[in-house]
Design a protein around this ligand. Sequence first.
Ligand code: SAM
Length: 254
Amino acid sequence: MSMFKLIYNLHKKTNMTFPYYTFGYYNFPETFLRSKKLEKLRRKFYFGYLIKQLNKLGIDKNKFYLFYQQSLINCQDIIKNILEVQSKVPRSRYGGYPNPEVFYIIIRALKPEIVIETGVSFGVTSSFILQAMEDNNLGQLYSIDLPFEFARKKEVGMIVPKRLKHRWELILGDSKVELPKLLREVNDIDVFFHDSLHTYEHMMFEFKTAWRKLIKGGLLIADNIDLNNAFIDFCKEVKASWIDLVNVGFCLKK
Ligand SMILES: C[S@@+](CC[C@H](N)C(=O)[O-])C[C@H]1O[C@@H](n2cnc3c(N)ncnc32)[C@H](O)[C@@H]1O
């Protein structure tokens, strides 16, 4: 049975509101802090799906579970910070973020030296990427955010613990201006992650700009690929294969 069918059936049976991303998205970290039953289902169905997809990036089951467990142990202060922010800030202001443990797992497995992300907000994914780099003892993260949508200027990245900031450069501004500027200053990049403005035009702009500096074997990641066809069109244009982890797209540069 597919994960989506399972969630739909659960919803029908229990009358609980299960968005289709129940096992991976917005309910992190509440899911496994508050509900053992949901965490069990998450492991059984969502993880099965993740493992199958991540295998295509060369990440096997053993690595998946090892890094997943390490993310829970090593990101405890980050999870605490997330809960603290979420208890103070209204839901409408902290927006959405993709499953952060997946980012931890991928960074641990691929061991990138340079990662660029656009769209930081309070810094959930930034924190998990930075923790993975810290555990690899390798890597530098550059993050670009134009604070207008969710977090305010002073709040951008406030989840990121001080102890991880030595690997981090945060740039406040429009990625349309800041991304080309940054790419001129850094060496070739290993991973690019888009999570800023999800319009077709803006996504295409970021993908095309970052792709030129992405190394062979590098990874272009985008959140919310379901909102328009930019990601799929881009992958077709550059003739690259991709995987879809429930609306987070991963495109491998060969
Ligand atoms: C969905 S949130 C990012 C969530 C983040 N990845 C996390 O883990 O919490 C999108 C962020 O992108 C920012 N943003 C929107 N348009 C932007 C642009 N043109 N350039 C840079 N950042 C932008 C928003 O202000 C917001 O902070």
